[in-house]
Write a protein that binds this ligand. Sequence first.
Ligand code: ZN
Length: 488
Amino acid sequence: MNQHAGALVLFSGGQDSATCLAWALDRFERVETIGFDYGQRHRIELECRTQVLQSLRERFPAWDAKLGEDRVLDLAVLGEISSSALTSQRAIEFDVNGLPNTFVPGRNLLFLTLAGALAYRRGLSVLVGGMCETDYSGYPDCRDDTLKAQQVTLSLGLDTRVVIETPLMWLDKAATWAMTERLGGDALVELIRLDTHSCYLGDRSRLHAWGYGCGGCPACSLRKAGWERYRPSNARPSHPIQRFALADAMPEPWKNGDGVTRTLATDRCVDTTIAAADSDWDWRISVADIETGGPFSPFEQVDRTLILLHGGPLILNRSGAPITLTDAGERISFEGEEAVDAQIAATTVQALNLMTRRGQVGSTVRVIHGAPLADPAQDNRASRPPDHHWASLTTLTTAATVAFVAFVVAGSYRIEWSAGYSAQKQFLILRAGEGIVLREASGIGLVSALEIDVDTPSLRSDSAVGSQPWLILITLESSHDSSATIAH
Ligand code: ZN
């Protein structure tokens, strides 16, 4: 295949054609798209295709640069000559020939002919379509032989070499999701899950694990079954957020036996009931109970930050010069190889312990007491009720971010965020000892805004108990070039 050739993708706004569009953007220097308005009942897919194109541009800058013109051709004539359940209000059922009555005769033949004519004019030699002979409804114009014959027909009829690529032809729906993940990581999986449309009835009012749809029509059934084989409901979460509680984390003895530590999150394992082996992570966040003084165990090639949570003072002797952490929230950073000797008062000292593998992951730590620091440029409190004290915190994540962790030490916080690719905002109320981890495989645009409200009336009584509310925000960034994570 000529990697520098241009491709025209038949793009309907559905899962398959959106995956094919990503496939083409991964391979070709120039990609254009074509869609058809043929009076389909699920016309909502025409709106979805606009959203998918916009999300792809926002989320994948390298693809944005390759993505060219989009056209939607009016094919109302197709509705005039067919009485399919896709173009009229008929119940979906099977006809005597074994084909579902969602079959629109000649639809793909017509689409490909028109796409071939457009490609010819645009100087594009490759047509890409999501036709598939594996998990399909038996449409004869989705068959590989049909498409091969049409490739020959178009090449002869246009007197130029036309290639029809069908990357999904021999993939089932689970393998299609896996291909999506290979092409663009969890970010692309989420984009296709939320922005594409499959349901024949045009239902976008119900969100399932596998996306929007009625859940019962043949298109929804195929999509649902494929998703469940790709990502069983008890396996990885479909959302990049994980919530954790200190109380659920399993205590492990320190390497030197002078206390216990509870792992809250690592890059390897976020199930806090499972201990993370020392050698097995690139970053780890834990809460350490320091029960007696003494030297810390050395950690080779690890950078460390300790933040005092409770029970100060904690005195750390580094090369003879003591550093004292007295108040909650005070912190110290040091290299894991450094000789550090701890002294404590009679009570157990509790500290948040951040470790990152040097050369792999770097970190930024923010400790926020009471109301968060406001970024005036981003503060949208004007739109909030007057008794709320909101502040937007931006620049919490960058293109190199691999994870963002928030841990509420005291009080309650309402944490709201919107991921970069989705306008939908989500929020959680976290109380003392709770936190969240946000992350995605691609590490791009993880959190575009995070807002914290310490003064929601329903939270006041909670916050009034004990000390002033405060929380710790940690951004973890890859030390490698992150741009490589977009195009594999
Ligand atoms: Zn449906």
